[in-house]
Design a protein around this ligand. Structure first.
Ligand code: AHG
Ligand code: MN
Ligand code: MN
Length: 340
């Protein structure tokens, strides 16, 4: 009979791999798993209690907030405040970063950036959604208040990143820069259990994920790319399958396991791109790279972008290595593939 390894056991076991480990990162990851279970509970009963639908407010990016966006944001913030490892957070749902100014939190060595609920437009229709998070070591002095510089770090500085997917089952997938591991929530015992050890993404696959409704609004090369994906060529497995859930985290997860590419390019109506560098693109880029894949904005490696603003957006090409390269090579208005 195979041994059950809970997330908690796994985190503590992995802590031994880091010579400098003090256990703070382990506690922080545990806080995240607890907040995930709280959000999971709320997502699961969303149709039964009054938490579906819009909240009647817009966030700083002008997007309508759903009630569950705010419930998830609050749950994670509460977990980080209660723990003692985090001195501040930034999330998609808050105008500015939030500093925890009590004496214990000010000693915290980490900041967390997160998208509390990704795929909000799918909440009301019972389609997969998720939470995405990214953890950095602060650059300001412990004991002082967190500063903007703590949050505006390149993705290469992430110490951990992950996501929770509320799908047909609930999964938590994360990396600390030492491979990618996935855990499935067993609701009968309330524990995340190791189900996908050492995830490796196939170098190529047969799935392309792009909102084809936008094709007339983006680099014309992408039309050629989609044409390539659709063309009959059994030797390369084409035509590929088009799959687009509209929840980045769910599209990403499927492509990570099966092999595929997800593209959200810059478009006429989203000239900087639609997805957010700090809350969505960097954490998933870290996971993609750790699993052997790639993540770029069409020009350069996502994790090397020097962020200027908290809510900065960018184009996004992520997934299986060969497929990301192929999609980028089709771009006409870019000098693709500079640094990768
Ligand atoms: P969020 O719900 O956090 O605002 O993110 C939504 C994102 C992403 O999850 C998804 O892939 C993309 O927006 C869908 O956008 P389109 O509907 O424009 O395709
Ligand atoms: Mn999102
Ligand atoms: Mn969101």
């Amino acid at each position: 009979m195979s041994k059950i390894i809970t997330l908690h056991d796994f985190i503590l076991d992995r802590q031994k791999d880091f010579a400098y480990a003090t256990g703070e990162l382990s506690s922080l990851l545990t806080d995240i798993s607890v907040a995930s279970k709280i959000v999971n509970r709320d997502v699961n009963r969303a149709g039964l209690v009054d938490i579906l639908g819009a909240k009647g407010e817009t966030n700083v990016q002008g997007e309508e907030q759903q009630k569950l966006d705010v419930i998830a944001d609050d749950a994670f913030i509460r977990a980080f405040k209660t723990g003692e490892e985090v001195c501040g957070i930034a999330s998609e749902e808050n105008d500015d970063f939030v500093v925890f100014d009590d004496e214990i939190s000010k000693q915290g060595r980490y900041v967390v950036l997160f998208d509390p609920l990704d795929g909000s437009s799918n909440i009301d229709v019972n389609v997969s959604i998720g939470t995405i998070f990214s953890i950095y070591r602060r650059v300001s002095e412990p004991g002082t208040m967190a500063t903007k510089e703590d949050f505006l770090q390149k993705g290469t500085e992430q110490v951990a990143a992950g996501y929770v997917l509320f799908g047909s089952s609930t999964m938590l997938v994360y990396t600390t820069g030492n491979g990618v591991n996935g855990f499935t929530l067993d609701p009968s015992i309330g524990e995340f259990c190791l189900s996908h050890p050492n995830i490796q993404s196939p170098e190529t696959g047969r799935i392309y994920s792009i909102n084809e409704g936008n094709l007339d609004r983006c680099d014309p090369g992408l039309k050629d790319y989609v044409q390539y994906c659709r063309a009959e060529d059994p030797s390369t497995g084409r035509p590929y399958s088009g799959r687009y859930i509209g929840s980045l985290v769910a599209d990403f997860h499927r492509n990570l396991l099966k092999g595929g590419v997800y593209v959200y390019p810059t478009t006429n109506n989203w000239p900087e791109g639609r997805l957010r560098l700090l809350y969505e693109c960097n954490p998933l880029a870290f996971i993609a790279e750790q699993a052997g894949g790639l993540a770029t904005d069409g020009h350069q490696r996502i994790m090397e972008i020097d962020p200027q603003e908290l809510h900065q957006r960018c184009g996004y090409y992520v997934g299986s290595k060969d497929m990301v390269k192929k999609a980028m090579s089709s771009l006409k208005h870019s000098e693709a593939l500079i640094h990768i």
